[in-house]
Design a protein around this ligand. Structure first.
Ligand SMILES: *Cc1c(COP(=O)(O)O)cnc(C)c1O
Length: 478
C-alpha cells in the first residue's frame, strides 16, 4: 500500500468516498463498544457524524489523506479523542494570578471550607430548606440567614436574593413601583456586566428622577424634588469610580433626615458592603452595613460574593415592614436563591458571627490581609520551580506588585503585593500570557508595561503558579 501522500498515489475521489464507513459500521465495530459504555449513543452518533462529514469534505476538496485514514480503527481513535474533548467541562479550575482578588470574570469570592462543605451536604441530601423540624410543618426558607444578618447588621429584618442587582430591582419595585425615585446624577452608575441604575429603574416600574449634577448634589436638590409622586430616595455607592476635586454628595444621614421629615423611605445600594472594618486590615475603609443601618436607612442592599467573601447573592437588611413587603412581592419568588447558595451563605455568615479566626477562614479576607513578607517568601520559594518548568528561554524576576480588590470595591486603592515577572527571549508578553493560559490548570496573569506578571497575593498558594505545561499538540486542541 502506498504511504506517501502524493496525489498520483491516492485513489480517485469517488473511491475514497465509497471507502468512508457508515455510522452503523463504526458503531458496531468492537472497538467502539467502550465508547458507547462511557457516553450516550446520541452523543457518540452525532460526534461520529461530524467526524465523517469532515472526512467527506476533506476528500471532496482533494485534501491528501494518509491511506489508512479511513480505516475503522483510525476513525474510532479519532472519535475517542473528539469525545474526550467534547466532554471536558466548559467551566474549568484555574489560577487567579491576575492581581485582582475579586475578579468578576474569574468567579469573584472563593468559598470558605465551611461554606464548601455546606454546599456539598445540601447537594447530596434532603434538607430542611423550608421545613420546621419542631412543628413538623412548612418552615422559613431564609430563617437562619435572616437571624445571622440581623445579628451582624443590627437590622430589624433581612432577606436574600440571587445577587445585588436583583436586590436593587426588588427593592425599587417593592418600595416605589409607579412612583418617582430620586437619585443624584453623581450616582447613576454603570457597573460591569450591564448593570445600570437608569435601566434597572426602568425595569422595576419606578420612574427615575435625577437631581443635582455629575460632580455636586446638595440636600436641597433632594428636598426640592420631593412631591406627592415621590416613592423613594435612593443612594448608590459609587463602587467602581470616585468623583474627586470640586465635588459634593449628600451623606446618608442627611438623606435619611430629609426622608423622615417628608415621609419618604430611603434605600441604599451599597455594592460591596463590608461586615468587618477593612481599615483594621490596613486597607482603606468600605462602608459597613451595620453603620448604614444605624444611620436609619430603610433598606440597604449589598453583594454576597464581593468583600463579604460568600456565594453570589444579594443581601437586603432593613426595617421589618419593608422587608416583609419584599418577601410578599411575587418578584421575590423569581429572584430567590437556591439551596446551594443559601447553604454557602449561611456558613459564611456563621463564620462572621462565630469564628475565632475570621481572617483565615474566609479566603477573600485572607487574601486581603496576608502579610507582604509571607507573600514575598512564597515567591522566592516558587520562582526556581517555575524557572525549571519553563526552561532556559525564560527570565524570571521577583518584583513589587499591587493588587486590586476588584468587583468595584475601593477602585482607586491598591494593596501592596509581590509578583513574578516572566519574560521570554522569543515571545512577547501576550504570547507568554498565552503559554500560561494553556497550562493545566490555566494560570491567568496580567500584562503591565509589556511584562507578564503573576501576582502572588491574588493567587493564594504560590505553588499553584508553577505551570503544568501541556504538550504543544494537546494545547492546540483546546
Ligand atoms: C456590584 C454592584 C452591584 C451589582 O451586584 P451583583 O451582586 O454583582 O449583582 C450593584 N450595585 C453596586 C453599587 C455594585 O457595586
Amino acid at each position: 500500500m502506498p504511504i506517501g501522500p502524493g496525489h498520483e498515489l491516492m485513489k480517485p475521489e469517488a473511491n475514497l468516498l465509497r471507502e468512508l464507513p457508515s455510522v452503523d459500521r463504526v458503531l458496531t465495530h468492537p472497538a467502539a463498544a467502550p465508547l458507547l459504555e462511557r457516553y450516550s449513543r446520541p452523543f457518540v452518533t452525532e460526534t461520529l457524524r461530524g467526524l465523517l462529514d469532515d472526512l467527506r469534505q476533506a476528500i471532496k476538496s482533494g485534501n491528501d489523506l494518509p491511506p489508512d485514514r479511513l480505516q475503522d480503527e483510525f476513525i474510532i481513535t479519532d472519535l475517542k479523542e473528539k469525545l474526550v474533548r467534547a466532554s471536558r467541562p466548559g467551566m474549568v479550575r484555574l489560577v487567579n494570578a491576575s492581581g485582582t482578588i475579586l475578579h468578576t470574570n474569574l468567579g469573584r469570592a472563593l468559598l470558605s471550607e465551611a461554606a464548601a462543605e455546606a454546599v456539598e451536604l445540601v447537594a447530596r441530601h434532603p434538607v430542611n430548606l423550608e421545613f420546621d423540624l419542631q412543628q413538623g410543618k412548612r418552615g422559613q426558607r431564609e430563617g437562619a440567614i435572616e437571624s445571622l444578618l440581623r445579628e451582624l447588621t443590627g437590622a430589624e429584618a433581612a432577606a436574600v436574593v440571587n445577587n445585588n442587582a436583583a436586590a436593587v430591582l426588588l427593592g425599587l419595585n417593592s418600595m416605589a413601583e409607579g412612583q418617582n425615585v430620586i437619585v443624584s446624577r453623581g450616582e447613576l452608575i454603570e457597573i460591569g456586566g450591564s448593570f445600570r441604575i437608569p435601566e434597572v429603574m426602568a425595569k422595576s416600574g419606578a420612574v427615575l428622577r435625577e437631581v443635582g449634577t455629575t460632580n455636586r448634589t446638595h440636600p436641597r436638590d433632594y428636598a426640592e424634588a420631593i412631591d406627592e409622586n415621590t416613592g423613594l430616595l435612593l443612594k448608590v455607592h459609587t463602587s467602581n469610580y470616585r468623583v474627586v476635586g470640586f465635588s459634593a454628595e449628600v451623606e446618608l444621614k442627611d438623606l435619611v433626615a430629609i426622608g423622615r421629615e417628608r415621609g419618604v423611605p430611603v434605600m441604599e445600594d451599597l455594592g460591596s458592603g463590608a461586615l468587618v472594618d477593612l481599615s483594621e486590615l490596613g486597607l482603606p475603609r468600605e462602608p459597613l452595613v451595620g453603620e448604614r443601618v444605624a444611620l436609619g436607612v430603610d433598606v440597604v442592599t449589598f453583594s454576597g460574593d464581593k468583600i463579604l467573601g460568600g456565594p453570589q447573592a444579594g443581601l437586603m437588611a432593613g426595617g421589618k415592614s419593608w422587608i416583609d413587603r419584599m418577601n410578599r412581592n411575587p418578584l421575590k419568588r423569581a429572584v430567590r436563591c437556591d439551596k446551594l447558595t443559601l447553604a454557602a451563605l449561611e456558613a459564611t455568615l456563621r463564620s462572621y458571627v462565630q469564628s475565632p479566626d475570621l481572617l483565615s477562614e474566609i479566603p477573600t479576607l485572607r487574601a486581603f490581609s496576608r502579610p507582604l513578607e509571607e507573600i514575598e517568601e512564597g515567591g522566592r520559594k516558587v520562582l526556581p520551580l517555575i524557572r525549571e518548568r519553563l526552561g532556559p528561554d525564560y527570565e524570571l524576576e521577583l518584583v513589587d506588585s499591587t493588587c486590586q480588590i476588584g468587583s468595584g470595591a475601593l477602585p482607586t486603592e491598591e494593596i501592596p503585593s509581590k509578583g513574578i515577572a516572566v519574560r521570554c527571549s522569543d515571545l512577547n508578553a501576550e504570547q507568554v500570557a498565552r503559554v500560561f493560559r494553556r497550562a493545566d490548570p490555566p494560570v491567568i496573569g496580567r500584562i503591565k508595561n509589556d511584562r507578564f506578571i503573576l501576582d502572588l497575593r491574588s493567587a493564594g498558594d504560590p505553588e499553584s503558579l508553577v505551570p503544568n505545561l501541556r504538550s504543544a499538540q494537546d494545547g492546540s486542541e483546546r
